[in-house]
Design a protein around this ligand. Structure first.
Ligand SMILES: Nc1ncnc2c1ncn2[C@@H]1O[C@H](COP(=O)(O)OP(=O)(O)OP(=O)(O)O)[C@@H](O)[C@H]1O
Length: 329
């Protein structure tokens, strides 16, 4: 189940996807994260075989599948809009890939019922797509992708058509499904919170290039540059000179790593705004006319707007950046 991309290139006008070399984490939940237009869907379509690369290779378990047609690849793909056939029942939709493979009726029946059981949709099989909820339609689409027992499951923005409550539920469901089937999943999203919550391995794509990969904690704690640092979670970035640091241009820190102190901290500022968020409060503190930071404190901390405060940040939690690259620690 090793999926490897080698020198992969695909150009559309000004845009170019260019992946020198990448192996997705095997039997894990991979999330490809990037903003709109970064090349996420293009990457998935190339892996699925719906597009051919201009250059490069796609290697699945040591076999070059670059020129293997989509339907012959051992890869399941779930589209963002599910793409179910409206005139077929859930059962018929799920059985389509097996009919294409010309399996006999009894084997098809067993496989469809088995996958429906795994996905918890056994009682919905007689229904047509319009009779199913969004979450159920998605499960049918996943069942259809899984029924041919692919080596890899590709999911294109699988949560974007669901409401906020269902999204949290489906996140847990997808992660459990990956664990249960012990398969390699590649899930594409622009939502950094979703990526952090669900991934074993996050692959960050920017302007058609992979800029960093790693576990959510690695990406959050050891971002390679200021783009990744500010893309993931809340972040503060100030000139290094504010801290008397001269081996970097900028210093970054997370709101939860700073502490409010009465005595002189590393820096000081004026509390401009307080957001009460239940479990914690976020303070927006201006350092000077051009720079402000966010600091997270406990709700019990007594601080008021207009108050002058010191801010202290442990040195080992400061991230030093130079010329857009992080300074190695
Ligand atoms: N078939 C195509 N023809 C022409 N241009 C394309 C085609 N497919 C993608 N592109 C262009 O390639 C770039 C990357 O598109 P892609 O859909 O891969 O991005 P994405 O990261 O998935 O974005 P989004 O989150 O908005 O779906 C975009 O500039 C897009 O306009």
């Amino acid at each position: 189940m090793t999926l490897r991309l080698e020198n992969l290139r695909k150009r559309y006008g000004q845009f170019e996807l260019r992946i020198e070399e990448y192996t997705f984490k095997e039997k894990s939940y991979n999330v490809v994260l990037g903003s709109s237009g970064s090349g996420k869907t293009t990457t998935l379509r190339l892996i699925a075989g719906l597009e051919l690369p201009d250059e490069g290779k796609i290697i699945l378990d040591g076999v070059d599948i670059t020129n293997v047609p989509a339907w012959k690849r051992d890869i399941g793909l779930v589209f963002q809009n599910y793409a179910l056939y409206p005139h077929l029942t859930a059962y018929e939709n799920i059985s389509v890939p097996l009919k294409i493979k010309k399996l006999d009726r009894k084997t098809i029946d067993e496989k469809v019922k088995n996958v429906a059981e795994i996905l918890g949709i056994s009682s919905e099989l007689h229904k047509y797509p319009h009779q199913l909820s969004g979450g159920q339609q998605q499960r049918v689409a996943i069942a259809r992708a899984l029924v041919k027992e692919p080596k890899i499951l590709l999911l294109d923005e699988p949560l974007s058509n669901l409401d906020a409550r269902l999204r949290l539920e489906v996140r847990v469901f997808l992660k459990e499904l990956q664990r249960k089937l012990n398969m390699t999943v590649i899930h594409v999203t622009h939502d950094q919170e979703e990526a952090m919550a669900i991934a074993d391995n996050i692959v960050i794509l920017n302007s058609g290039k992979i800029v960093q990969d790693g576990s959510p904690a690695e990406i959050y704690r050891k971002p390679k540059n200021t783009f990744i640092f500010t893309f993931i979670g809340l972040s503060n970035l100030l000139p290094a000179s504010f801290f008397g640091i001269d081996d970097a241009d900028l210093v970054g820190f997370r709101p939860e790593d700073a502490e409010i102190v009465n005595t002189d901290g590393d820096i000081s500022g004026l509390v401009e705004e307080i957001q009460y968020l239940g479990a914690y409060k976020l303070l927006e503190i201006s350092i000077d006319e051009k720079h402000s930071v966010i600091v997270r404190v406990l709700p019990s901390e007594e601080i008021s707007e207009g108050q002058k405060v010191g801010i202290s940040i442990p040195r080992d939690l400061m991230l030093k950046f130079k010329n857009e690259e992080r300074v190695p620690q």
